[in-house]
Structures are given as structure tokens and as C-alpha cells.
Ligand binder design. Structure first.
Ligand code: CA
Length: 334
């Protein structure tokens, strides 16, 4: 009996919300959504047959563990030879469109392709979760409820304005949508109807997908005259600098910094930051302000470095730093 009570307590602790609370939560949420511009018809159609998704809750409660293994291991898992080869093929196949988008937004084609490759394996893996169900589950579950309620309202408005059909409205368990995995709020701010058909379609329209990614980076301050950064050789004098140290390029050169290749041809006064992903063990990078633009997409240093490196591999046709026997096949955020 005591044992049973103990188990019961555990169950209560681990499942603070029960599935039968969901309909009453939807009833409470409905007037809030309507007040924020969602029509009754949109709401009721969108919520037909929607029940909480246990898998979404399970994934939300899982703690990320990727930081433990170190950057080199992380990188080898996220970028494999297939991802590089597919990126190069994507760059070639979409060259005219990428050039048009690139000249319009001042973001290089390989950067657009790199984000595409890391987010969804070049559009192949966009996430099969019903978006309304995923967002409603997260908003109902309670942890970060306000955040997901706002995303859910925006998602309902996307539906209401006909950018996507209810049936095709799918994404990741966490509500990231389409081939560049925008949250609904990012879609609102940055999605572009590049082909002019009236829909900002980041699910299936290639020009909208590329332009939306480029617009995101452009709006967050991408400098078209700079790369994202460079790997540098960990010489002894580099150890005197703290991670995230910022100095003008000329000062880094005076400090004896050694680039892996030829030193970049950029203005001497360009501010550059030292990034040390594993706190002094392993690799060192010198990055420009564009690195922080990539971090506006995702705050992780690991992510931003990986985006930069994949863009280099895709553009240069050189992938010596990557092992050929990796078996990475997942997206960055899965
Ligand atoms: Ca369009």
C-alpha cells in the first residue's frame, strides 16, 4: 500500500497535467486567440480533432546533452561527407536563383545553402509534426506557455491568411516550420514572398525559402563584404587571450596570430573576435560580426561555427577537415 502511494506520488510529480485538462485549456485559449485577430472559423477548423501529443512533451522534457562531447565530436556528427556533397550539388542546381537572391539581400549563396542543409538536410527533413497540435501541446503543458501561446496565435494567422493549407501545416515538435525551420514569429518578421504569388511559402516554394533565409540574415545585419570567420592555428601566444576577446584585425596580426590559410584581405580596423568552443582545448576561430548574425538565428557557438564551416566546405570544394566515415544524418535541431 505504501509502495502504491509512493508510485502514485511519482506519477503525479512527473505528469502535472492530464490529457483531460486539454479541452478546458482550449476553451480558455479560444477567446484570447480571437481577441488577437484569429477568426472563430479559423480557430474551430484548426482545432478540429486536436489532442495533446505525448511525444512532443517527451521531447520537450529531454535535456540537451550535446555540449558534453566537445566541438570536434559535435562537428563530425553534424557535418558528414554526404551533407557536403549534397550542399555542393544544391549550390550548382540552384545557381541562378541563389545568385538572384544573393545579390538582392547581400548574403552569399553558400551561406543560404548551409543553413538549408543544417536545418532540414536541404529540404528533405522538415519535421512531420502537425504544427497546431505541437504548439497547442507546448502552450497547454505549461513550461514556457506564454511563448508558445504567442507562436500558436501567429501560426493560426498564417493559416487564416492562406499561406499554407491546414493539411500541409507541419513542422518540428518545437514548432519550427518549413525548409528553413522558422518559428511562426520569425516567419512574421522575415518570410518573403519572392515569387510574388501572394504566399510566403517556406514549405515548398524554393525562391521564397532562399529569400526568407537571406532576408533573415540581412535584417539582422549581415555584412556582404565579410566572411563569417576563419580557423586559426593554436600557437602559444594565442593562449594569452580570453575567449570572446575582440580586437582590430591589425592588432591580431601584430599579436602573431596564424591563419590556417592565407590571412584574409579585409580592412585593418575590422573588429574580430576570438571564439574558443571548448574553452582552450582544441580549435580556435577568429570571427567577424557576421558570426553574431548567424547567432541571431541560433544562439549556440557550436551551431554558428558549424554553419560557417559547412558554407566553406560547400563553396570551396575542400573538405579535408571532415572525416569520411561519419554517419550523421539528423538535422541540427533533432
Ligand atoms: Ca510565394
Amino acid at each position: 500500500m505504501i509502495h502504491c502511494l509512493f508510485l502514485l506520488t511519482l506519477l503525479v510529480i512527473h505528469h502535472p497535467v492530464r490529457a483531460d485538462d486539454f479541452p478546458s485549456w482550449v476553451a480558455t485559449f479560444r477567446p484570447e486567440a480571437l481577441q488577437r485577430g484569429v477568426s472563430a472559423q479559423t480557430f474551430d477548423t484548426a482545432f478540429q480533432n486536436v489532442v495533446p501529443n505525448d511525444r512532443v512533451i517527451e521531447l520537450d522534457q529531454k535535456q540537451p546533452e550535446r555540449a558534453k562531447a566537445g566541438f570536434a565530436v559535435y562537428l563530425s556528427k553534424v557535418i558528414n561527407q554526404a551533407r557536403i556533397d549534397n550542399g555542393r550539388a544544391a549550390l550548382v542546381q540552384n545557381r541562378p536563383l541563389l545568385n538572384t537572391v544573393s545579390s538582392r539581400y547581400g548574403v552569399p549563396p553558400e551561406m543560404i545553402v548551409s543553413l538549408w542543409g543544417l536545418e532540414t538536410s536541404y529540404g528533405k527533413n522538415t519535421g512531420g509534426f502537425d504544427l497546431i497540435q505541437a504548439l497547442a501541446t507546448l502552450a497547454w503543458e505549461g513550461r514556457r506557455s506564454e511563448f508558445f501561446k504567442t507562436e500558436l496565435v501567429t501560426a493560426l494567422l498564417i493559416l487564416q491568411n492562406g499561406h499554407i493549407t491546414r493539411e500541409d501545416f507541419k513542422g518540428s515538435w518545437a514548432g519550427a516550420m518549413g525548409q528553413n525551420q522558422f518559428m511562426p514569429s520569425s516567419w512574421s518578421k522575415y518570410a518573403v514572398d519572392f515569387n510574388g504569388d501572394g504566399h510566403k511559402d517556406i514549405w515548398k516554394t524554393q525562391s521564397d525559402i532562399f529569400a526568407s533565409t537571406a532576408n533573415y540574415l540581412n535584417q539582422n545585419g549581415w555584412n556582404p563584404n565579410l566572411k563569417w570567420g576563419w580557423q586559426v592555428i593554436p600557437t602559444a601566444n594565442l593562449h594569452q587571450f580570453a575567449p570572446d576577446q575582440v580586437m582590430p584585425y591589425e592588432q591580431w596580426l601584430r599579436s602573431g596570430i596564424k591563419f590556417q590559410g592565407r590571412p584574409p584581405a579585409i580592412p585593418a580596423a575590422t573588429p574580430l573576435k576570438l571564439v574558443v568552443p571548448d574553452g582552450g582545448e582544441g580549435r580556435y576561430y577568429i570571427v567577424t560580426k557576421n558570426f553574431d548574425v548567424i547567432k541571431s538565428w541560433n544562439r549556440s557557438n557550436y551551431f554558428a561555427l558549424t554553419v560557417g564551416l559547412l558554407s566553406d566546405y560547400v563553396a570551396q570544394g575542400s573538405s579535408n577537415a571532415v572525416m569520411r566515415d561519419n554517419s550523421a544524418d539528423g538535422n541540427y535541431n533533432q
